[in-house]
Design a protein around this ligand. Structure first.
Ligand code: MN
Length: 395
């Protein structure tokens, strides 16, 4: 029997789909979480089935299991580990492990693409153009290359993966890849993906209106309560309000916080670390501890939501040569306009002038310190009518 132990994300399940296509019914596939694999491997090795052919993909084993696998191999067991994570490179010291992070041309690898090449090379599977396309979508998804290449189908494939159960996804993809010469979504999948997209956009718009801004430890933080779509939400809110250093997404029911930033200069894993969590520089998380509760929920509770910049303006536009008008919750008005020498003036309530070298800097200043928003055209035109010295500028 051909056994596969693999990850339970899209890249891991991609390996499962290839495995099914290659070995048909003579297979046993187990999808594992990162934490779950070692238990499964240990339990399997205890059964001592030397007649099996075993593959492990997209995941690494611990030191004890590496030694057990080595002993199993020496006894005549057939095992191959295929992975693409940097942290697994040391497994290459074993002849049963193949860890490759990058192709020679510099593209990053994925477990699915490595396993595909392995199966083709050993004549378990025949190369086809639908398989080439399918594998490449997963590779781009798993390595984030889809963003730069704008390969939206890679993202849609992962969305579909999350909307279906693993079994249903596997079954659909196996059938598709056997029957079609090129890989594409069917009508039903396109439909549910579009519906999901619309639902997500609406959810993010609603969450944007609930966003609260405050300072925590010198960081200007956007706080929002949400249970779903954390990655997309963190990314969209971050891009919508680049004056925020990071976005904290709270899930009180699950007692968890996610931190996301779009800025290269900010490391949210350090923020998560303060509360016993961790992660990457741009995406991290922690438990909602009592201390975190105080900072992210209790203190900001009475702050009003951050207003959204007027969207449909014809006149009051950002970086306008005639000036751009902002307001804050206390009723202050902020007018930003260019001076002759390429610098920008910020005027607060018709006095109190400050100079900035770019429009963006002036805007960032009032957004961080006053939670100000771009006002609608009607308010802008009224302001100009009441301030003839400013209205001259627009002539
Ligand atoms: Mn992977």
């Amino acid at each position: 029997m051909f056994r596969l132990f693999t990850h339970n994300d899209l890249d891991g399940v991609g390996c499962g789909i290839l495995h099914r296509l290659a070995f048909k019914d003579d297979t046993y596939i187990r999808y594992n979480s990162v934490q779950g694999l070692d238990f499964q491997i240990e339990r399997y090795l205890e059964t001592d089935r030397l007649e099996d052919i075993v593959f492990i993909t997209d995941l690494s084993v611990n030191t004890e299991n590496a030694q057990r696998l080595e002993a199993y191999k020496v006894k005549g067991g057939k095992v191959t580990l295929i992975d693409h994570h940097k942290t697994a490179l040391h497994f290459n010291e074993y002849d049963w492990a193949h860890v490759t992070v990058e192709y020679e041309d510099g593209r990053l690898t994925a477990a699915t693409s490595l396993y595909y090449e392995h199966l083709v090379k050993h004549h378990y599977l025949k190369r086809s153009s639908s398989l080439d396309q399918f594998v490449e979508l997963i590779r781009q998804w798993d390595t984030w290359e889809w963003e730069k290449n704008e390969t939206l189908d890679a993202k849609r494939l992962n969305d579909l993966f999350f909307m279906l159960s693993i079994d249903e996804f596997e079954e659909r993809m196996v059938k598709r890849l056997q029957e079609s010469d090129t890989f594409s979504f069917d009508e039903f999948e396109e439909k549910i993906l579009d519906m999901e997209e619309t639902k997500k956009e609406r959810y993010i718009r609603r969450k944007r209106r609930e966003l609260v801004q405050t300072f925590i430890d010198d960081y200007c933080v956007g706080i929002v309560h949400a249970e779903s779509y954390h990655s997309e939400l963190g990314n969209e809110l971050g891009k919508d309000s680049p004056h925020l250093d990071y976005i904290a997404i709270l899930n009180v029911g699950g007692k968890k916080i996610s931190f996301r930033t779009i800025h290269e200069t900010i490391d949210v894993s350090a923020v998560a670390n303060q509360f016993g969590g961790g992660g990457h520089a741009k995406a991290a998380g922690c438990q909602l501890t009592e201390q975190a509760y105080k900072f992210y929920i209790e203190k900001p509770f009475t702050i009003e939501s951050l207003r959204v910049d007027a969207l449909k303006n014809q006149h009051n536009l950002k970086g306008n040569q005639a000036g751009s008008l902002y307001a804050d919750q206390k009723g202050s008005l902020f007018f930003i306009y260019p001076r002759t020498d390429q610098s920008w003036t910020l005027e607060q309530n018709d006095s109190n002038k400050q100079a900035f070298s770019t429009f963006e800097e002036a805007e960032r200043h009032i957004k961080r310190n006053y939670s100000a928003w771009l006002v609608r055209d009607d308010e802008y035109l009224r302001f100009l009518a009441e301030n003839p010295n400013h209205s001259k500028r627009s002539k």
